[in-house]
Design a protein around this ligand. Structure first.
Ligand code: NAI
Length: 553
């Protein structure tokens, strides 16, 4: 019975006659022994019968909890089709309605203030040995705000992607949520809500419990990577700073660093494309960036893109000076009242300029005219803000193709679609978006796919690389190395056409390249605790061999 109910070892109708005999399963299944391929075909047929994304999500979740190998084999085979169901956008609905659609299959750990002082004991009861943990407090789930305990599902979804993209054995993944209440009344007061029905309280116990958890993980599983997921801005930066500086323990925040990593990869590709298209060497250091939107996402993106210049020899201060950051109150400058009265959020402070003024509340267009950016980075949530005038102006004022990253999600909030940017720039701009868009129709009648800056390109490879080399820390330069590795995967032909990122269907190989990049940088910085071959091809073989493949043992 136990093996039939064990998601890791269950094979369902694929148990052979010998296995049925050995495991006391004789007579428990219909006669025919199926192959994994046959099981995949049936599961896909059943999946296709379902109408709504939520129904499909529920089907896949049940499958995942009963048979991990089949679930992973199915979702890997139909990755492009099923990614929006196992992850965003459908996982957002699943988080929102988590308690309503609860199916009696808890996964991972649900921690709260009652567990203070007992974390190690709780970890000791966990039956597997994790290599990667994704943890949230549920405060800022995707663009959906505070979803309380429903945020747990985002960790499950993310870890599924670590498996599909990075090759982490599901047995080595552990989702954790910290329940400290919920500030969204609609969620908290709903009839079936399973979390703590109180307003959030981020008192010292909140910080202590997270610290106790990270300490206990470090003690019990010292090599395990810990990823912060969807913490709101008021704690996300602080938690990352506190915990990456302590213990020599590999922690990272995908919202801050993963997003920045893929955005920087797109910019690195775009800079290479500029060199190819203009026939002269274009560098990161000569770029001028207009960052539109200064939330956690925006500043994280700027931090990572700045590191491209640092990798070319700039100091971090020089690199930050390449950015003109505009938020809802205008350009970040020292003469702004919120800077002067100390109310400006901490995470913005590194980008406050002392060499210009925000007198008269500089708009994005003012900043473009005054400072002539070569690249526009949109993380403002303001739909259509990169309009015809904006794109035409940056195209005209630059000798290189303008770089346009319209990263706001979901689609309805995007600053400009790929087609709009193509049309407004006469096909010159190099573009990537946060949300997926259909291919661009070119004037010559052909079409081409534009890059989607999806964190999925990066975090599985980051986790994989850190695990393979047993890195003691995840430094900023290690994240930059992933961006550069991804940009280097692009051929000159792809870049000349304006394609900035490889097709997501190649995610396993993308993760191998990302892992190679991060390992080499970890070695340079003395952060790799494991000795690995110096030859890249040999190391790639080791990385590939570390990737779990969904096949029955
Ligand atoms: P946030 O809400 O923390 O920040 C939004 C920023 O935009 C704030 O600084 C705000 O002042 C600014 N803003 C709002 N209205 C404005 C206006 N009229 N003019 C100028 N600035 C204005 O959000 P967060 O987390 O930084 O995310 C921003 C967007 O980026 C979201 O749509 C999010 O989905 C997206 N995002 C995309 C990622 C990707 O990988 N593609 C990753 C992270 C975020």
């Amino acid at each position: 019975m136990s093996i039939m109910k064990d998601r890791i070892h269950n094979k369902d109708t694929a148990f052979t006659k010998e296995e049925r005999e050995k495991n006391h399963l004789v007579g428990r299944y219909p006669y025919r022994v199926e192959t994994l391929e046959e099981q995949i075909a049936r599961s896909k047929a059943q999946y296709d019968l379902l109408n709504t994304p939520t129904e499909k999500w529920m089907y896949l979740t049940r499958l995942q909890e009963s048979n991990e190998v089949l679930f992973c084999a199915l979702t890997s085979k139909y990755l492009k089709e099923m990614l929006p169901v196992v992850y965003t956008p459908t996982v957002g609905t699943a988080c929102k309605t988590y308690s309503d659609i609860w199916q009696g299959i808890p996964r991972g750990l649900y921690l709260n203030r009652e567990h203070k002082g007992r974390i190690l004991e709780i970890l000791n009861q966990w039956p597997y040995e994790p290599k990667i943990i994704v943890a949230t407090d549920g405060t800022r789930i995707l663009g959906l705000g505070d979803l309380g305990t429903g945020g747990h599902q985002i960790c499950v979804g993310k870890l599924t992607l670590y498996t599909l993209g990075g090759g982490f054995d599901p047995e080595h993944t552990l989702p954790i949520s910290f329940d400290f209440g919920c500030n969204t009344a609609e969620v908290r007061d709903s009839k079936f809500y399973l979390g703590i029905k109180e307003e959030r309280n981020k008192d010292h116990v909140y910080w202590d419990l997270i610290q106790e958890t990270i300490d206990a993980i470090h003690k019990k599983w010292p090599k395990c990577v810990f990823q912060f997921e969807d913490f709101s801005n008021d704690t996300a930066f602080k938690l990352l700073d506190i915990h990456r500086a302590r213990l020599g323990h590999p922690v990272f925040n995908d919202d801050i660093q993963g997003t920045g990593c893929i955005a920087a990869a797109s910019v690195a590709s775009a800079i290479r494309a500029c060199s190819l298209q203009t026939g002269k060497k274009v560098t990161a250091r000569e770029q001028k960036y207009l960052l539109f939107g200064a939330g956690a996402g925006g500043i994280g993106v700027a931090d990572n893109i700045a590191m491209l210049s640092v990798a070319e020899g700039a100091t971090i201060e020089e690199a930050r000076k390449q950015f003109y950051v505009v938020d809802s109150k205008g350009l970040l400058t020292k003469d702004r009242s919120d800077f002067k009265d100390g109310s400006m959020q901490d995470h913005k402070l590194n980008y406050v300029r002392d060499d210009c003024s925000n007198a008269n509340n500089q708009t994005m267009m003012d900043v473009i005219k005054n400072f002539k950016p070569t690249a526009l980075l949109g993380l403002s949530t303001i739909a259509k803000s990169f309009n015809k005038e904006v794109i035409e102006t940056v195209t005209k004022m630059n000798s290189q193709p303008p770089i346009v990253l319209a990263l706001s999600n979901p689609t309805v909030k995007c600053e400009a679609t790929n087609q709009e940017v193509y049309d407004f720039s006469n096909g010159k701009a190099l573009y990537a978006s946060g949300s997926p868009f259909p291919p661009v129709n070119r004037v010559d009648g052909t079409t081409f796919e534009t890059a989607q800056c999806n964190n999925f390109y990066c975090f599985p490879g980051i986790g994989l690389g850190v695990t393979v080399c047993d890195a003691s820390e995840i430094t900023d330069m290690m994240i930059v190395a992933v961006s550069v590795a991804l940009a280097n995967m692009m051929s000159d032909d792809d870049l000349k056409k304006g394609t900035l990122l490889p097709p997501i269907a190649d995610i396993r190989e993308i993760s191998v390249n990302a892992a190679l990049g991060i390992i080499r940088q970890a070695e340079k910085e003395g952060k790799a605790r494991k000795q690995l071959p110096k030859n890249d091809e040999e190391l790639k073989k080791i990385i590939r061999a570390a990737q779990w493949v969904p096949k029955y043992k």
